[in-house]
Design a protein. Structure first.
Length: 229
């Protein structure tokens, strides 16, 4: 059964939810909670195996950013993939959610500030999540290029600029911002799942995000009906 299907008769693409794809991305998101350990680097952790995604050996990269007294307050992993996605090869990015006091401080920075977004000059986004992304953005770009996923901005002939993103909780909020920014950098954001994401920005940002991704690519925000966030 293919992960993604489109209706030829519909005026715009329709992406039905495929539970197997949701479970695979949930495992990718869960794997980020392993942190910078060898079993994640060699793709042998429990969630790694459950994801069922083929990683290019040696392509996993860890991105850590310290905050307060936490050396890896922010943790992201990315890797090159060649099989398992109908949209083609590219890179996965998984953003870890809140696990430490530094993260909780960022969660509480819920005021909105003007974002430096090309194409969305009046967008306001949550300050804590935005500050996390701005601190790791250049590292993400460098590691993507290092493993062979180059944007059209960096390499107009690149055929490996597909990105598949996921995250949970705070990580899903940062993933949402990353999708917006990386697409503007020339990457093709493809099938992506964010789990239990808080609100990321204002109505202007929401409309801009919808215009950029809505009904064009399969992007899912998965929530629990009883989650107060």
């Amino acid at each position: 059964v293919p992960w993604i299907a489109c209706s030829d008769s519909a005026p715009t693409p329709v992406f039905p939810y495929i539970p197997s794809a949701g479970r695979a991305f949930a495992a990718l998101a869960q794997a980020a909670y392993c942190g910078p350990v060898e079993r994640l680097r060699n793709w042998t952790c429990g969630p790694c195996r459950r994801a069922g995604i083929q990683i290019v050996p040696g392509s996993i990269r860890f991105i850590e950013e310290g905050e307060l007294w936490n050396r890896n307050a922010t943790f992201i992993y990315l890797a090159r993939v060649t099989t398992g996605f109908p949209q083609g090869d590219g890179c996965i990015l998984s953003f870890r959610g809140s696990t430490n006091a530094a993260n909780w401080v960022k969660d509480l920075q819920g005021w909105r500030e003007m974002a430096d977004f090309s194409g969305c000059p009046k967008c306001r986004v949550e300050a804590g999540f935005y500050s996390i992304w701005k601190r790791v953005e250049e590292k993400v770009l460098a590691h993507l290029s290092e493993v062979g996923c180059e944007s059209a901005e960096a390499n107009a002939t690149s055929s490996s600029n597909n990105l598949y993103l996921t995250g949970h909780s705070m990580g899903s909020a940062v993933s949402n911002l990353a999708m917006f920014m990386l697409e503007k950098r020339g990457y093709k954001v493809q099938l992506s799942f964010n789990f239990e994401s808080p609100r990321v920005g204002d109505a202007v940002y929401a409309e801009s995000f919808k215009a950029r991704f809505g009904r064009k690519i399969p992007v899912y925000r998965i929530t629990h009906a009883m989650d107060p966030v």
